[in-house]
Design a protein around this ligand. Structure first.
Ligand code: ITT
Length: 234
């Protein structure tokens, strides 16, 4: 059984992280009247995907491909959108980077909380004066859409980077992950001192999404698939 309405493209957020969903959804809204954005938990999907690559791009593709494979029968016309994000600290030679979610050492079988990771980062940077760091997000899309020649299958990746500094202590209550200790150079506030809307107006994630939308539109235009005509998919 398929669940795709005639005139919709289902965009599935291929992440188990609801904080990412909260940021990604408004970024994707209003791009096209055809988009219907769904998170995995809203579709009743619970899945563990092993992130076995050593790059953000590799792991973003693993997640997009896994969710595409899992749900493409249910949604023949859909785009699986994955996000892999890392915090890269200059004086730690780019750590925690691709391992940002599992940075703090934990007993076997336990996963660190956001606070465990932040505490570990501040501990590792104790006495270090060079606090320069950057957030990098890679967005991967894997999709299947109808075109005049039949199903168009495509895959693409884009990235977004924001430069900043690691603070000496957490500041602010909003956001998630390393937000309380990441001060954005251009604004002079940590991400946790910003609302979701303000973070979304400048974040690594929003820059990557903007590029992904441009790349998607180019791919679709190249294949004569309009993103605005709601009759195109009937
Ligand atoms: P999925 O793989 O299911 O998407 P995840 O949380 O494991 O969820 P990542 O592999 O991209 O996602 O892990 C990156 C970690 O970096 C994440 O757990 C947070 O601790 C942190 N992180 C990601 N985006 C962030 C952001 O915008 N602000 C602060 N920390 C962030």
């Amino acid at each position: 059984m398929t669940e795709t309405a005639n005139n919709e493209i289902t965009v599935i957020l291929a992440t188990g992280n609801r904080d990412k969903v909260r940021e990604l959804r408004p970024l994707l809204e209003n791009i096209s009247p055809l988009f219907r954005v769904s998170a995995l938990h809203e579709l009743g999907v619970e899945v563990e995907i092993e992130e076995s690559e050593v790059t953000l791009e590799g792991n973003a593709l693993i997640k997009a491909r896994a969710i595409f494979a899992l749900l493409s029968e249910r949604f023949p016309f859909m785009i699986a959108l994955a996000d892999d994000t890392g915090l890269e600290v200059e004086s730690l030679e780019g750590a925690p980077g691709v391992y940002s979610a599992r940075y703090a050492p934990m007993p076997d079988g336990e996963s660190p909380t956001y606070k465990d990771n932040v505490d570990h980062l501040l501990h590792c940077m104790n006495g270090i004066t060079n606090r320069a760091a950057r957030f990098r997000t890679v967005i991967a899309l894997k999709g299947s859409l109808p075109s005049a020649q039949g199903n168009l299958q495509f895959e693409l990746t884009t990235y977004g980077i924001v430069e900043g500094m690691i603070t000496f202590e957490p500041k602010g209550d909003a956001g998630f992950g390393y937000d309380p200790v990441f001060m954005v150079d251009s604004i002079g506030k940590t991400y946790s001192e910003m609302s979701t809307a303000e973070k979304n107006s400048l974040s690594h994630r929003s820059l990557a999404i903007q590029k992904a939308v441009v790349a998607l539109k180019e791919t679709l235009e190249h294949n004569n698939i309009p993103l605005t005509d709601t009759n195109a998919y009937q």
